[in-house]
Design a protein around this ligand. Structure first.
Ligand code: NAP
Length: 238
């Protein structure tokens, strides 16, 4: 990536949890962060929190990643304003408990958000990265993409699918200068883990800061070093 100019990072699901922590960290190290999510109130609150820390002020777009028209419109607006996207954090996702007891609606929603949504965002962003001949895509997958856990088969199916997409993109795009890494954490201390009924106490979970340290490390690797995926587990649930 070029040195000395403002770097642009787009984060889906940037209003809360992992996306918020990655946005805060990237703003701290000088990126122009662009946060997206479905709820303006949460996006505004996160922008204010980042500004109050004295970091580069993020901008935000209201964006549901299941809406392909809105994705195209948003990426076009970003391209018109900044001309590039250096880092995409393809993070927005949902969790539902259940395997065969899931309703058809919930199962379809999992696939629609966790695979199709992330596919659509990558599809809209990659042409810009190809024109730049550079970029880094982090697909926020899950440890549930490496183990078929009982009682959470729908979520696992969606994340295994996303991990497959991420690996294909890794093999297609890395040779042309665009890095791709699947982040596969186990329980992370966010609202999602609380809602999903994580058996781990908050202090025993991965901290959102750990995810920022991970991408910071990856972003600082030389062009000759690429990492397909990073799996991070919890000491109490390996
Ligand atoms: N927490 C964990 O233990 C854990 C572990 C492994 C992987 N992950 C993955 O990490 C990612 C982030 O999870 P988190 O724990 O940070 O969850 P979170 O606290 O629930 O935050 C989810 C974020 O995604 C956004 N979002 C959800 N659906 C969206 C949609 N259709 N379009 C746009 N934005 C959407 C939410 O904002 P709005 O609701 O305003 O849209 C929010 O900003 C997810 O992909 C999740 O599967 C989480």
């Amino acid at each position: 990536m070029g040195k000395g100019r403002l770097k642009i990072a787009l984060i889906t699901g940037g209003s809360k949890g992992i996306g918020k922590a990655l946005g805060t960290g990237l703003a701290k190290v000088g990126y122009q962060v662009i946060l997206t999510g479905r709820h303006e109130k949460d996006l505004k609150k996160t922008v204010q929190e980042i500004v109050s820390l004295g970091y580069q002020k993020p901008i935000y777009y209201i964006l549901d990643i299941t809406n392909s028209g809105l994705i195209t419109q948003t990426i076009d607006a970003i391209a018109a304003q900044f001309g590039r996207i250096d880092v995409l954090i393809n993070n927005a996702g949902i969790h539902r408990k259940g395997t065969l007891d899931l309703s058809e609606k919930d199962f379809r929603e999992l696939l629609e958000t966790n695979i199709t949504g992330q596919f659509l965002v990558a599809q809209a962003v990659v042409p810009l990265m190809k024109r730049q001949r550079s970029g880094y895509i982090f697909n926020v997958v899950s440890r549930s993409a490496t183990v078929g856990f009982p009682g959470t088969g729908g979520y696992c199916a969606s994340k295994w699918g996303l991990r497959g997409l991420s690996e294909s993109l890794y093999r297609e795009l890395t040779p042309i200068g665009i890095k791709v890494t699947a982040l596969c954490p186990a329980w992370v201390d966010t609202d999602m883990a609380n809602r999903a009924g994580s058996p781990l106490a908050p202090e025993d979970r991965i901290q959102t800061q750990d995810l920022f340290h991970t991408i910071e490390w990856l972003l600082n690797l030389s062009d000759g070093a690429c990492v397909k995926e990073v799996v991070i587990t919890n000491p109490l649930s390996l």
